[in-house]
Design a protein around this ligand. Structure first.
Ligand code: SF4
Ligand code: SF4
Length: 298
């Protein structure tokens, strides 16, 4: 069967995760807990059940199908849900869904190769994202090698929070690394993401010196990462790297809040005044004035 991994989605025709038209593979599981996370379905490394109460017609088929006969339709899990999927199959209203699936390298490659004509026409390829793809290093490295054998361009979208040895292996096999830079202040970074930023900054310094094409992604979260001090610090840090990488500013969206509702997770920024400190264009101008190449949106 070979190496397997856990994914929560494979999306074709993505255009913000590297050059051209791409297919993005979303790995499940992330060691960070960013307050503004756009993909909360990718946080947990394991497969789990999601229930859409608004679709439930109260038929009780899920309870009958469940080996433990205990799922409550309007919420979600049986007390010891074994994630068997029986209730998902039984539900006539498509109110239940398993989030995530186990896949082999061959499964994923079979899917990716279907989109080869689009990659070839547009100068695109495959992007591995998440979740955090570097949290499943064996699976990621095997996929990068398989893509290289098929001459598919690869990009890896990472938080940068990973052991150096994994970062080095990925940099050696990927055609492009997209690495986040969320906040420069160590304490603020820890508070907003749950992890320190020292290792991420160190990995960015390392990546900039490897010769592997690198782009740095800064999420512009209003009132959190778009402040003057953070942008100035980020600009100083990036312009001081060997081969300063291009910067992609990622505007904030709030569409993910409905995903939190479905997952019965609290949205960490709920109710917060999130007026932006500056527009993405102003933020881009600030970083450009420090000698960086900047684009807004991906
Ligand atoms: S996934 Fe299986 S164990 Fe979990 S609630 Fe549904 S039927 Fe029960
Ligand atoms: S099977 Fe689906 S529609 Fe029926 S009670 Fe369960 S969740 Fe609701």
């Amino acid at each position: 069967m070979g190496i397997t991994g856990t994914l929560f989605d494979i999306k074709p025709f993505t255009v913000h995760d590297g050059p051209g038209i791409r297919t993005t593979v979303f790995f499940k599981g992330c060691p960070l807990r960013c307050a503004w996370c756009h993909n909360p379905e990718g946080l947990l490394p394991s497969i789990h059940l999601l229930v859409r109460p608004d679709r439930c017609i109260g038929c009780g088929e899920c309870r009958t199908a469940c080996p433990d006969q205990t799922p409550t339709p309007e919420t979600s899990l049986a007390p010891a849900c074994r994630v068997c999927g029986a209730c998902v199959v039984a539900c006539p209203a498509e109110a239940r869904e398993l989030v995530g699936r186990t896949a082999t390298v061959d499964d994923v490659m079979e899917r990716l190769l279907k989109d080869r004509p689009f990659y070839e026409e547009s100068g695109g390829g495959v992007t591995f994202s998440g979740g955090e793809p570097l949290a499943q290093p064996d699976f990621l490295l095997a996929l990068l090698s398989a893509c290289a054998k098929e001459s598919l361009h690869t990009a890896v979208d990472t938080s940068g929070h990973a052991p150096r040895a994994v970062v080095a292996d990925v940099a050696a096999r990927a055609d492009l690394v997209l690495c986040d830079l969320k906040h420069m202040d160590p304490e603020t970074h820890r508070r907003l993401t749950g992890v320190p930023n020292e290792g991420i900054l160190s990995n960015l310094r390392y990546l900039a010196g490897t010769g592997t094409p690198l782009a740095v992604r800064i999420p512009l979260v209003p009132g959190i990462t778009d402040g003057e001090e953070n942008l100035n610090e980020a600009g100083r840090f990036l312009s001081g790297l060997d081969n300063p990488p291009p910067v992609h500013l990622l505007p904030y969206h709030s569409y993910q809040t409905s995903k939190y509702t479905l997952l019965t997770l609290p949205y960490p920024l709920e109710g917060r005044d999130i007026a932006p400190a500056r527009s993405p264009v102003e933020a881009a101008a600030r970083l450009e004035s420090m000698g960086l190449t900047v684009n807004v949106g991906g």
